[in-house]
Write a protein that binds this ligand. Structure first.
Ligand code: HEM
Length: 522
């Protein structure tokens, strides 16, 4: 048989279709190859991996994958390996018992400048800075009467604003509370760092911070970049990345101004805030270089001194001061304020729980008693409410990303160097084997048979290990004192006929959408 031209076995369409098939087959085989003994999971769609699961609630998508693959699994976002931890035990093994899973991927442009506290890799530099800031937060914040006083003042101011809205009738019209809470919480951290409220005294500062945390499209994109950094090379995301860097630079310029004015009025024997304390360390370094002496003036009378053992070194520089202040401010506002908003929303929706909590507050403090951390034992129901709301709506549902600094074994699996490691805090706190009926709001699950408050290692909103939340003591104090102050003075309700949105929105944190409230003076 003679083949005419059209029937040739070298038909170009046939050849290119076959070649495409071969290329696709190779891509598929190559894409689906997994490193030997890596955690279970799927490689997902070639080139994209599981990236499409990063919907508006990535924590929920990842929890579903956890049910399929088990307590530790590995997926790909683009070509980046992402290991997800679904139990506190594995998180503990990774972050407390190991030193190779505590680096950070460079995925949050507003916090990644090679310096600071949050996104720097684990190193002597990082440990020294973490230790210094833990100590400085204690000195100017945690455990100090001074901070309790500040918190009480801030809460009083907040109550005064709400009281004005209640007017003569004693009941307000519906009003949004979110911005008031954000303002109060940023004021607390602002005093600890700058010894004044920068968001009130400097409007530009305030606008910048709001721009960076508002739930607008750009910030949602930043949330996605946090888990899939390689997307920053795509046109849509690259603009977003650049804009975030510009914001960071502007914010750092503002902080620099504050640092300069601190330098001018600095008295080493009378540190006013974290900036002064840091400046003392810088001076210590230069004087210890010349004299060999270490003078810890901000450390006088400090009962925590025993755990305070860093040596002044070159990690104390102006650049590092500016970046660490930026990180404390960013980390210390959004998370705590969102949690307080969730608490108010849940209690407004569940009126019976609110009444029970108020009864307890009334018995311990009455209408005029001043809240303080010394009465936590007497308020188990309040603590149970705080615990349950933050279990249901953790403000950092996937924690912050960690990164493997080398190939290493975790729970019997090989984790490749450079893999991003996420702790699925949401999944752990919604795991029905640990929390029966996990979706239900049941504060009493945190009380024992005698009505005493019960802690559980399955509650882990601050994550665990060597990079866990540096501000957790401060955060607990803020949640406790602000909540008590508000519910001691007011009852809150949602406007009749409205259906609350209890899901919220994920920006980088999980926060409630704006909601209106009615306050009634008690
Ligand atoms: C309810 C409030 C808060 C929650 C839920 C929260 C949660 C977290 C989480 C999950 C992490 C990541 C831990 C990890 O990667 O292992 C973290 C880190 C951090 N948090 Fe918080 N946080 C809160 C409040 C605060 C406050 C008030 C401050 C500071 C004043 C703060 C400062 C930091 C810093 C500096 C880090 C980075 C620590 C490091 O990398 O070594 N946080 N936080």
């Amino acid at each position: 048989m003679i083949l005419n031209e059209d029937q040739s076995i070298f038909n170009p369409y046939l050849v290119s279709a076959s070649l495409t098939l071969v290329v696709l087959l190779f891509t598929w085989v190559y894409w689906n190859k997994r490193p030997p003994n890596s955690p279970p999971g799927s490689n997902g769609i070639p080139l994209l991996g599981a990236i499409l699961s990063l919907t508006s609630f990535p924590q929920i998508a990842l929890t579903k994958l956890g049910k399929k693959y088990g307590p530790i699994y590995m997926v790909y976002f683009g070509n980046t390996a992402v290991v997800v931890l679904e139990t506190p035990e594995i998180a503990h093994e990774a972050f407390a018992k190991n030193d190779c899973f505590n680096d950070r991927p460079q995925t949050i442009p507003t916090l990644c400048s090679g310096k600071g506290l949050i996104m720097i890799n684990a190193s002597d530099f990082q440990r020294e800075q973490r230790q210094f800031n833990l100590h400085a937060l204690r000195e100017f914040g945690m455990g100090r009467k001074k901070l309790e006083g500040r918190l009480v003042d801030v809460s009083r101011q907040l109550c005064k604003t709400i009281d004005d809205l209640c007017g003569n009738s004693g009941t307000s019209k519906p009003f949004p509370i979110n911005d008031m809470i954000y303002q109060s919480i940023s004021s607390v951290i602002s005093y600890i760092i700058f010894n004044h409220d920068v968001t009130v005294d400097d409007k530009e500062f305030d606008v910048l911070l709001k721009e960076m945390t508002e739930p607008k499209k750009e910030n949602v994109l930043s949330g996605i970049l946090m888990f899939a950094p390689k997307l920053k090379y795509l046109p849509f995301f690259s603009t977003n990345w650049r804009k975030s860097e510009e914001f960071r630079d502007k914010l750092e310029e503002k902080i620099k101004g504050e640092v300069l004015s601190h330098q001018k009025s600095h008295d080493r024997n009378n540190p006013r805030d974290i900036i002064d304390c840091f400046l003392n360390e810088m001076n210590n370094f230069s004087s210890s270089k010349s004299s060999g002496q270490i003078d810890k003036s901000c450390d006088q009378n400090d009962e925590m001194n025993r755990s305070y053992s860093w040596q002044p070194s070159s990690s104390f520089t102006i650049g590092q001061l500016i970046s660490s202040v930026r990180d404390l401010f960013m980390a210390g506002t959004e998370t705590t304020a969102s949690t307080i908003c969730w608490i108010i929303l849940f209690l407004s929706h569940y009126q019976d729980v609110q009444e029970k909590m108020q009864k307890e507050i009334d018995e311990v403090l009455g209408q005029s008693g001043v809240p303080s951390m010394s009465i936590t034992e007497k308020l188990p129901h309040v603590r149970a409410v705080l615990q349950e709301v933050s279990r249901l709506r953790p403000s950092a549902p996937l924690s912050l990303p960690h990164m493997a600094s080398r190939d290493a074994i975790l729970n019997g699996y090989v984790i490749p160097k450079g893999a991003i490691i996420l702790t699925n805090i949401w999944g752990i706190q919604h795991d029905e084997s640990r929390w029966p009926e996990p979706e239900k709001f049941l504060p009493e699950r945190h009380l024992d048979n005698d009505g005493k408050f019960n802690t559980s290692s399955n509650w882990m909103i601050f994550n665990v290990g060597l990079r866990n939340c540096l501000g957790q003591k401060l955060a607990k104090m803020e949640l406790f004192i602000v909540t008590i102050s508000l519910f001691q003075k007011f009852s809150f309700a949602l406007p009749p006929g409205t259906t609350p949105d209890m899901e919220g929105e994920s920006v980088v944190t999980l926060r409630p959408r704006h909601f209106d409230l009615i306050a009634t003076r008690r």
